[in-house]
Design a protein. Sequence first.
Lengths: 216, 216
Amino acid sequence: MPIPKDFSTPVRLTAKERVFTQLQQWIIDGTIHPGEKLTDSELATALGVSRTPVREALQLLAVQGFVEMQPGKETRVTMVDKEDVSKVIPPLAALESVAAELAASLIDEKTISFLKETNEKFAQAVLAGDSYTALKLDEQFHQAIVEVAQNPYLLSMISTLQANARRLYYFKAIVPAESSIEQHNELILAFERRDKDTAAAIMKKNFLRPLEEFYN
Amino acid sequence: MPIPKDFSTPVRLTAKERVFTQLQQWIIDGTIHPGEKLTDSELATALGVSRTPVREALQLLAVQGFVEMQPGKETRVTMVDKEDVSKVIPPLAALESVAAELAASLIDEKTISFLKETNEKFAQAVLAGDSYTALKLDEQFHQAIVEVAQNPYLLSMISTLQANARRLYYFKAIVPAESSIEQHNELILAFERRDKDTAAAIMKKNFLRPLEEFYN
DNA sequence: AAACATTTGTCCGTATGTATA
DNA sequence: ATATACATACGGACAAATGTT
């Protein structure tokens, strides 16, 4: 009997991780509202675990900026206002730009093919008006590039910022721009030429242009 | 009897925070060696607290990349090798560059004066060969700029990367370059002109040039 | 292969601290 | 101002999981 290969990642899911993932999801999609007070005992019973894994998950969410913990007082879901986009995007653009620059020297043909396929699907989703799928594909596109860059700091920080950005998208119902399709193609062309400076520049624009439009 | 005003920030420091700060310090200065196994019960008795705050502190250190946790197995201090500098600096340079760009539009005269004073002291320390003081002043210089930028994401991420960089400096006994003095001055001049593009460019160079020299 | 020893993950009780009446 | 209620921070114990003999 053939054994499924997926067991190569036998990282057992601890209660803490389950709680973390669930709470993050709820905060991002708005199930738990901004400003809402979170009491660990309530969450614990609601999620069927004890308070310890809940507390640990909350600490991680605090580091990522999803909740605010006041030691000895209370912990609340952080508020969001429209200016938050302008706080998240510039660092994200800078880091993604570095990722693109590093990736340009390391990328292989297989990944380039993957980027082409993903951008095809992305284009279809955008034109079909399926913004949920489009956003997911957009993230896959960018994530593939970050992974090529082989930098754990970039990976971790971009992932955190992406999660925060996703939360804002949910709240403001932001839809992916058609212009992204073409920018992705330009990025792929730059990768094929292993042109890191152009790749970095395009990536930065890809994030910052929507921000500028937003404020005009 | 006049009451000290500092009580306006009465954030009581929890056991978790004390443990976190202590462990981070020990890892950075090498008191705890890379690859060393950390058992929470040992640390708990050594630090005079229970396992809970130790575990919580370790989780935060794991997020910052100082320790590696394998669920159900063990927790170890992360290894460091000479390539790590090339992993930390590029993201740090990118974020500091964004901070400089944002700060250029927001900076006031008082902060500019502070930067001038700090760079004076920095120059003295460098020329006196007091690299410990020099590094501390260099960090103060950069931190002041980051605070002006008013961006919590930048603040948090740069602080994490700085801590990792500091650890590498300890291991490799890196000393601040004399060229930094002049670059700091150029940066201040750019700030006085509120020239954000130049400020961003200088800041990036300030971090990346030492890295290039390192690999030639 | 199986039982052991160790360490982690989790649970829950208690006390300290904060906010409210 | 005191007292009351409540949530958090911490402690200590049990149980599951790992690797070891």
